[in-house]
Design a protein around this ligand. Sequence first.
Ligand code: IVH
Length: 682
Amino acid sequence: MPKKCVRMNDAIRKEARRLQKELTEHSYQYHVLDDPLISDSEYDDMLKKLIEIEENFPEFSSPDSPTKRVGAPPLTGFQQALHSIPMLSLDNAFKDEDVLDFHKRIVKNLNREDILYTIEPKLDGVAVELKYENGILVQAITRGDAITGEVVTQNVRTIRSVPLKLHGDKRKMPSLLEVRGEVIIRLPDFLQLNKIRLEQGETIFANPRNAAAGSLRQLDSKITATRPLDIFVYGTGLVEGISFQSQAQMLLALKKFGFPVNPHILPGVTIGSVLKFYKELEALREDLAYEIDGMVIKVDDIFFQRQLGEKIKSPRWAIAYKFAAMQKTTLIKDIIVQVGRTGVITPVAILEPVNIGGAMVSRATLHNEDEIKRKDIRIGDIALVMRAGDVIPKVVKIIESRRKGDEVPFEMPGHCPVCHSKIEKIKLDKSNINKCVNTSCQAQLKQRIRHFVSKKAFDIDGLGNKIVDQLVDEGMLLSFADVFSLEKEKLALLDRLAQKSAFNLIQAIEKSKIISLRRFVYALGIDHTGENAAKLISEQFSNLSDIMETSEERLIQINGIGPETASSVCRFFSNFENQMNIKNIIAQGVILTNDQPIIIESFENIFNNKRIVLTGTLQSMTRSEAKKILENLGADITSSISSKTDFLIAGEQAGSKLEKAEKAGVQILDETRFTAMLKDYL
Ligand code: IVH
């Protein structure tokens, strides 16, 4: 090869290496640390460049190149591979007593009392084993029958949070590291995935675990690459060239190697704390964005683990303390219909009440008539009902084998159960919806006002659903604006309200009158305009009049706003009745802020002029969003803790900054406290 060519090739190789390195780092920042340093489009541009180079110069590609994340040519079947060490399962505990028995057995076996445990959430996903040779991911196997699993390497490479190469000093890489973990899909991603599948006429997944399993077992890894898979690792298989003394130390090492390790882990605690933490984790379960079905209790000391050993199917040193199931079967006693705020009729299953994961469930949504037909749900059926987080319970499927033959198919009523107007069938995209088209329907009005005063809208404390319903029934609430002219004396006459509560309610109404533009737009309950769309739109306009006068074309240009939202926003604001409603609300003294500092600073705010450091991962917003909000409130955001720092806002996985702040006596706000404090100003 001529010298010039060699030099050019060298430059291309260097460029490929640079892109591979930078893309790997950015992917880790985004998917593991949840703290992106560049925009999505910058990332995509770099990736495109790298793909081009690797296509022309395959010799510059490598098994750990980020290009491997987009999928590989489809397989005709999965190969099988043996696990170096069997992937055992866990014995289950269902009550404290079972855990105490487990502890007693360990104390007896080891002949010592001072046993410490590391406890972890039991993730409800799909187990995999990832094999790294000299720091490079070379194989991924499913758990299979514990001895042999299926080789799903191409699919696992598409999971963005799985490191293709371990972090750390190349010279100190273990020659072999088998890492075990659980592949999961987060609940919001799961709902979105099912929504898309439904729109495309495909069958939907019953739960995130099934969706994760189905995605991992795709022969075409390009399909897997489109699925929102994530992972948390919790253990190792065969390891050479490194050793760990304790489970906690191992998890820390895995984190340093670049793996996502669950943040809700309690390292090295006594049996008393184990039982206490179970209750805390059970409460936390509701707020987590992914499903957990229990807590895993592991003897922390690895030497003790070896001493205790394994039974045929499970280790003696670990146990799963299960939570109550989030899916249960129960009888569908009836199917009724509910009228939503836009008149959409939703069929609802009335259930024989059943305790699902600690909450009594007596209703489940059936979404629409098509869904009932698709799932062939009938009155009298025994159905599998699922509850997840704060999502409305839903019927997953009916249990056909339990049919007796006298089940009654559901029929959509011809008239609205509340205002008795005709129900119309409307075709929307690929599904049909039934709608009560009478906009003065009492049921719609109740739902609209419930939404208007709800937490993410006007957030009026004390104006719950039942009171709204009663006020509408009494004729005291005929429109949004009426909320602001409610009088204490009249309110106190209502069945449900004592004098004191009526007074508090009036105070809350007064307080709610200063509202940000985005909350206001959301409160109006415009079709297809949820919290996010309202935020995106409000950010583009400085005041409400501009939004009211804008065009569909202008709205579609906003990143994240689709044609459906754009059209319903314009339709909403061009409707005379809606315009009058808005005018009346403003006439009641409602003041709109556009999230700009000038307005916010005009009233007292605890973050003004404060020096604040942000660390860890926040659930409700990204760090950069939190930064923007705080800066708008007049705060000075700095990156390191000093004696001058006023607050440390610590999300999940907060590390050294948290320790430093504790030492320096800086006030620490966890996410719950921080968002509660913010609520006063947004
Ligand atoms: S440890 C020998 N830790 O639960 C130790 N397993 O029934 C076995 N799982 O197949 C696993 N979260 O898929 C462990 N933090 C956790 C876990 C966990 C979920 C799953 C795993 C395993 C099953 C055991």
